[in-house]
Design a protein. Structure first.
Length: 285
């Protein structure tokens, strides 16, 4: 399975912070926002990752992550010249994906749970068609909403409905088999002029191949797409790390997955030893 990390949005809800930079490069407590979705892909055991970026940000992402070799990954980049919606990432990534399955994650989504690795890796093993997650929120209107029947089967999926049929939304983490490329290529733009990821999910639903897993209530999830959510995400991560649970540390995940050695992670920490982050890496055992 390969991973696609989509960071090409304009971040207009975060202006003026994002007027001169990509929102995935903004800090969320002690790390750039992109570290968190990248860590989620790594927790799923994915090592080949395509990062889709907006024009003009190539050098910044290259400086931050390079080709991924420091983490035992293979990272490549592709520019999305025109913002055509989330599902466009599947078309842009066609050559990268090849004949593999795909995990697509949005660059402003943060997930945390002590057992998230088990949750994501079980999903990959059991995947047949498409797997997405259901997350309960008080106000689901800004999101894609999933309606379930009394047996837990998906009845409908709607994108940003004014009158939601449930409080379960689909956060920005999607597991697809290779059919997703063909489905995305046959989509028509929505009224917003975009290729909607909800329409990809709806097609899998029509084919009887969409599985939705409700997330546990103690899963931490943030869509850090506006200033308030970005701030609350930083606060939550700060609290967790003060309690001894380090979140979004891509070097630690690479080490735990066996991608890099303990000596290498210590050398990465030495480069930034003047920071608490670097000291944390140097103290790992």
């Amino acid at each position: 399975m390969k991973g696609i990390l989509l960071t090409a949005g304009k971040g207009s809800r975060l202006y003026p912070m994002t007027k001169a930079t990509n929102k995935a490069l903004l800090p969320v407590y002690d790390k750039p926002l992109i570290y968190y979705p990248l860590d989620t892909l790594m927790q799923a055991g994915i090592r080949e990752i395509l990062i889709i970026i907006s024009p003009g940000n190539e050098d910044a992402f290259e400086e931050l992550l390079g080709d991924g070799s420091d983490l035992g990954l293979s990272i490549t980049y592709k520019v999305q010249v025109e913002a055509r919606g989330i599902a466009d990432a599947l078309i842009l990534g066609k050559e990268f994906i090849g004949s593999d399955d795909i995990c697509l994650i949005l660059g402003d989504n943060i997930f945390y749970h002590p057992k998230i690795k088990e949750m994501l890796q079980i999903t990959e093993k059991e995947m047949d068609g498409a797997v997405v997650f259901g997350y309960w929120v008080e106000d689901p209107r800004p999101f894609g909403v999933a309606e379930f029947d009394e047996w837990g089967r998906v009845v409908s999926i709607e994108e940003k409905p004014q009158n939601p049929k449930s409080n379960y939304i689909i956060p920005g983490l999607y597991f697809y088999d290779n059919q997703a490329i063909e489905i995305a290529q046959n989509l028509k733009p929505s009224q917003r002029g975009e290729l909607e990821i909800t329409d990809v999910n709806a097609e899998y639903l029509q084919r009887g191949q969409l599985r939705i897993i409700p997330m546990e209530k103690d899963v931490l999830w943030f869509d850090a797409g506006n200033a308030d959510r970005l701030f609350r995400a930083s606060e939550a991560i700060r609290r967790l790390q003060q309690d001894g649970r380090y979140i979004g540390c891509i070097e630690e995940t690479a080490y735990e997955n066996g991608y890099i050695s303990l000596d290498h992670i210590h050398s990465l920490g030495e480069r930034i030893v003047m920071t608490e982050y670097g000291q944390y890496l140097k103290e790992l055992k």
